[in-house]
Design a protein around this ligand. Structure first.
Ligand code: D61
Ligand code: MG
Length: 388
């Protein structure tokens, strides 16, 4: 559906979309004039639709550090994701990446489109990195080193068990959570969060991506990429790719629901992490991706379309979440509505029905016990319309 068609169907998307458009325009006008910072911020806008806007709300020094943190890891991920690079070339680059960020003459050409520009012009990123305060540099270096080593480990290893799955997600996203917590702390605005909670923030986002991107990853050329753990999918099919064939639709949806149920385990840690934040801009920066992830999981649960094409939240809905996520009451409200709505989607014949329902009950209980469910203002209707 085109923009106009979507607006006729959801007229109340109009104002948040307009507000988002204006915020994006404002952000573009604010792009710094020095060429390396200019490159970094315009690259951020190009490669991450959603993160760019929320990063924009942070205080200048923290915003610069988070922008560089993002681009360094995005570049590392571009090396990891490029399935045309031979393993014996790729592994040493991943392992040494944390040293390359100090070297303004280093670059490695790979990836496509905007990612290729990021890789070819990487000197702008290292130049900006070298201007950050030492505390920020150290945090970024440490996480880059650990993520690169973890990615290298999984280049030669498949995700077999649920523990492997958690380990892989720790390297590529949990560590981002640990790094962000360090940056927030270094900025002076927040206490240092416990590692397990920071890790859960990343795991929840990454698992949602891995669930949603099943088809895209399995169809990857020249070699498919597989992140769903064998321990889960082998209960339903003999090969991961069998999930996409129509004759396996029932099994595929059961497997998908099993994966969603697994992702639900992180939600309570995420609530704990967010409820400890004090700075409103940092809070928004953390909460918006979480609520988008919930919305995506809500869309994916019991939905065969995950195996047929792209399942994505409407742009208007994304705009609403960005506009309306301002307090912990909004987050508890969204988590609560999401859990209630998911409960109605659980089919008693699903093999994991009891487990799924138990996890959802635990989440709704936590939200109710927060005592703020009636204090929220507007997000309540958002989740309800995701599935309709
Ligand atoms: C609070 C706020 C944001 C958070 C957080 C806590 C904790 C963790 C994260 C963000 C990271 C979540 C990553 C989820 C998206 N997954 C990916 O982008 C995959 O690549 C992972 C490795 C590179 C990570 C780059 C990154 C991402 C978000 C950031 C960040 C760095 C720095 C600061 C803020 C946010 C995925 O990418 C391909 C795709 O999804 O299309 C993949 O290759 O699996
Ligand atoms: Mg990757």
């Amino acid at each position: 559906m085109g923009t106009l068609g979507a607006l006729v169907k959801h007229p109340d998307d109009f104002y948040p979309l307009l507000k988002l458009k204006m915020a994006a325009r404002h952000a573009e006008k604010q792009i710094p004039s020095e060429p390396h910072w200019g490159f970094c911020f315009s690259m951020l806008h190009k490669v991450s639709r959603s993160f760019a806007l929320v990063i924009q709300q942070l205080d200048t020094k923290l915003r610069n550090a988070v922008c560089i943190f993002y681009l360094v890891l995005r570049a590392l991920d571009t090396v990891e994701d490029d399935t045309s690079i031979a393993t014996d070339v790729k592994v040493p680059i991943l392992i040494a990446f944390h040293r390359h960020i100090y070297d303004r003459s280093w670059h490695f050409s790979c990836g496509t489109k905007d990612y290729k520009v990021l890789m070819d012009q990487f000197h702008h990123v290292s130049t900006a990195f070298l201007e950050l305060e030492k505390g920020y540099q150290d945090a970024i270096e440490d996480i880059t080193k650990r993520m690169g080593a973890g990615m290298a480990k999984f280049i030669c290893k498949e995700v077999e068990t649920v523990d492997d799955y958690d380990e892989y997600c720790h390297y590529v996203a949990g560590l981002v959570g640990l790094g962000l917590s360090k940056l927030f702390h270094a900025s002076g605005a927040e206490d240092l969060a416990p590692d397990t909670l920071s890790n859960s923030m990343g795991l929840f986002l990454q698992k949602t991506n891995i669930i949603r991107d099943y088809l895209e990853d399995i169809n990857e050329i020249p070699k498919s990429r597989m992140f769903w753990p064998r321990q889960i999918w082998s209960k339903y099919v003999n090969k991961l790719e069998d999930l996409k064939y129509e004759e396996n639709s029932v099994k595929a949806v059961q497997c998908l629901n099993d994966m969603v149920t697994n992702a639900l385990t992180h939600m309570e840690d995420c609530l704990k992490y967010m409820s400890a934040l004090r700075d409103p801009a940092i809070f928004k920066f953390c909460a918006i991706p979480q609520i988008m992830a919930i919305g995506t999981l809500a869309l994916c649960y019991n939905n065969i379309e995950v195996f047929r094409g792209v399942v994505k939240m409407r742009r208007g809905l994304t705009a609403k979440v960005i506009d309306r996520t301002n307090s912990m009451a909004d987050v508890y409200g969204a988590f609560y509505d999401f859990s209630c709505m998911l409960k109605t989607k659980v089919d008693s014949k699903d093999p994991n029905a009891q487990k799924t329902l138990a996890r959802l009950d635990a989440i709704t209980k936590t939200c109710r016990e927060s005592g703020v469910l009636n204090k929220r203002t507007i997000l309540s209707s958002t989740i309800a319309c995701i599935v309709s």
